[in-house]
Design a protein around this ligand. Structure first.
Ligand code: ZN
Length: 136
């Protein structure tokens, strides 16, 4: 697998904080309800904190009450990639940044949330950077 943006682990460690590195490069998970964007309603675009690729829009963010920022769709399907993970005895679909391979979170579907796709992209705040929209 190759990505448009590739760096050595040492370069990532230099660029990212230890917490960011743990989530983005080691597929860690931040604790629920503590992430800076869990309840954010600000209008804008969420980019990958590692490479800056635009990943999610505030338009698709919804209140899932699961403790992490949740979106019902990515900004565009080619911005993310999906990795099926069955390692924990259940099928989970990991979501990664398609540009740098950074771990973002997981996507779940069919949970009955009242949104257009019935999907929940459960994303770590620390994997994202919010760029608020300019509003005059
Ligand atoms: Zn990225």
């Amino acid at each position: 697998m190759s990505y448009e943006i590739e760096k050595t682990e040492a370069q990532w460690r230099e660029q990212l904080t230890p917490q960011e590195y743990h989530v983005l490069r080691e597929a860690g998970t931040e604790r629920p309800f503590v992430g800076e964007y869990t309840d954010t309603k600000t209008v804008g675009v969420y980019s990958c904190r590692a490479c800056g690729s635009e990943l999610f829009s505030s338009e698709t963010k919804f209140d899932s009450h699961c403790g992490w920022p949740s979106y019902y769709a990515p900004l565009a399907e080619d911005r993310v990639e999906y990795i099926v993970d069955t390692s924990m005895g259940m099928r989970r679909v990991e979501v990664r940044c398609a540009t740098c391979g950074g771990h973002l979170g997981h996507v779940f579907e069919g949970e009955g949330y009242d949104n257009p796709t019935d999907q929940r992209y459960c994303i770590n705040s620390i994997s994202l950077t919010l760029r608020p929209a300019e509003n005059g």
